[in-house]
Design a protein around this ligand. Structure first.
Ligand code: KG4
Ligand code: ZN
Length: 335
């Protein structure tokens, strides 16, 4: 079965075709970063309008790369939430219309389930069960994955998501948007010992996170500095170390509490090299294995939606006459 996947939940227009026998056939991404950069963050209405301009040509270019068929694919999957409502509506209405027009089933996919299953596209995918750390611009979640669709939230951020903390801190330091890659780049030159920011909530039991206080600590530190390139690098390094350390502490705690032997990192912040290296090392110390998608499939993409769609269709989801409801807010436990 060939599944076309469409992702438009935020500021990336993604599309891909996943073949259940042959794997990922083709994927494309059109980033809107340059469009939103001048505003220092995503402008929802501009995001939706750009998806409208970009999506159909992107799908056309994908179809041109695979052998022609009638219908061109056997099913269509799109991100139905959570995300920006206007942006979601574009992908959902296009996906739904294509499914109807081609006479194939269509299925709305949960964006975070897409992230969670993205490591399955790698050559050595994790076996179930596992613990997943989902860290994106909108979410910070630790999830116990007993089976596909059997998700238990172990912990989550009580305020800012990890990616949001990266983005806000980068803005504060004048590093621009998106903040995660900008902080990671600046931190390469930074002194890890100069700023020791706190590791929020690690001294309390439980697996929840809180990142807004960390951002305030950075603001306070930045106020008393001249913020030349060296100081920005040092602050960025201190901030990155604090977030990475906090995430690792909670991941190891989640592995110990659940008794799982595998952990998956996914979502945009999962592209962070220091996080990948640190978690691999610390999980190794307790005999657990770490899995993550290739960096381009950590951030938003169509491939993870095509794959998650194929999994959901195999489980009986999807419809020949799908509606295109979208849900801006949608818990992963409610799928
Ligand atoms: O999953 P994603 O592409 O979109 C959402 O669903 O939110 O995640 C985007 C987030 C942004 O906050 C971005 O700053 C962060 O992921 N990010 C990173 C890195 N690359 C992207 N954060 C830290 N280090 C990175 N290398
Ligand atoms: Zn995402």
């Amino acid at each position: 079965m060939r599944v076309l996947g469409i992702e438009t939940s935020c500021d990336d227009t993604g599309a891909a075709i996943y073949d259940t026998d042959r794997g990922l056939l083709v994927h494309r991404l059109a980033s809107q970063i340059s469009l939103h950069r001048v505003y220092g963050g995503v402008v929802p209405e501009l995001a939706a309008r750009d998806h409208i301009r970009t999506l159909l040509p992107l799908v056309d270019s994908l179809l041109a790369e695979v052998p022609a068929g009638d219908p061109p694919v056997d099913a269509v999957a799109w991100t139905a939430g959570p995300g920006l409502a206007g942006a979601l509506l574009v992908g959902a209405s296009v996906g739904c219309s294509l499914a109807e027009g081609w006479g194939v089933p269509g299925v709305g996919v949960h964006h975070m389930e897409g992230h969670l299953l993205a490591p399955m596209l790698e050559p050595e995918p994790p076996e179930l069960p596992f613990v997943a750390l989902l860290v994106s611009g909108g979410h910070t979640l630790l999830v116990d994955v007993a089976a596909i669709g059997d998700y238990r939230v172990l912990g989550q951020s009580l305020d800012d998501a990890a990616g949001e903390a990266f983005d806000k801190t980068a803005k504060l330091l004048g590093l621009g948007y998106p903040g995660g890659p900008a902080i990671a780049r600046a931190a390469l030159e930074g002194d890890p010992g100069r700023f020791r920011f706190s590791r929020p909530m690690v001294n309390r039991p439980g697996l929840d996170f809180s990142f807004s206080g960390l951002k305030t600590q950075v603001r306070t530190a930045a106020e008393s500095l001249a913020l030349d390139d060296k100081e920005i690098a040092d602050v960025a390094r201190g901030f990155e170390e604090a977030v990475v350390d906090t995430l690792c502490i909670k991941c190891i705690r989640a592995l110990k509490e659940t008794g799982r032997r595998r952990i998956v990192i996914a979502g945009g912040v999962g592209a962070n090299r220091r996080l990948r290296a640190a978690l691999r090392e610390r999980a190794g110390e307790i005999g657990a294995d770490v899995y993550y998608p290739r960096p381009e499939f950590c951030t938003d993409n169509g491939a993870m939606i095509a794959y998650a769609g194929s999994v959901r269709l195999a489980m009986g989801a999807g419809s020949m006459t799908p509606g295109f409801d979208v849900r801006a807010r949608w818990s992963i436990t409610e799928i």
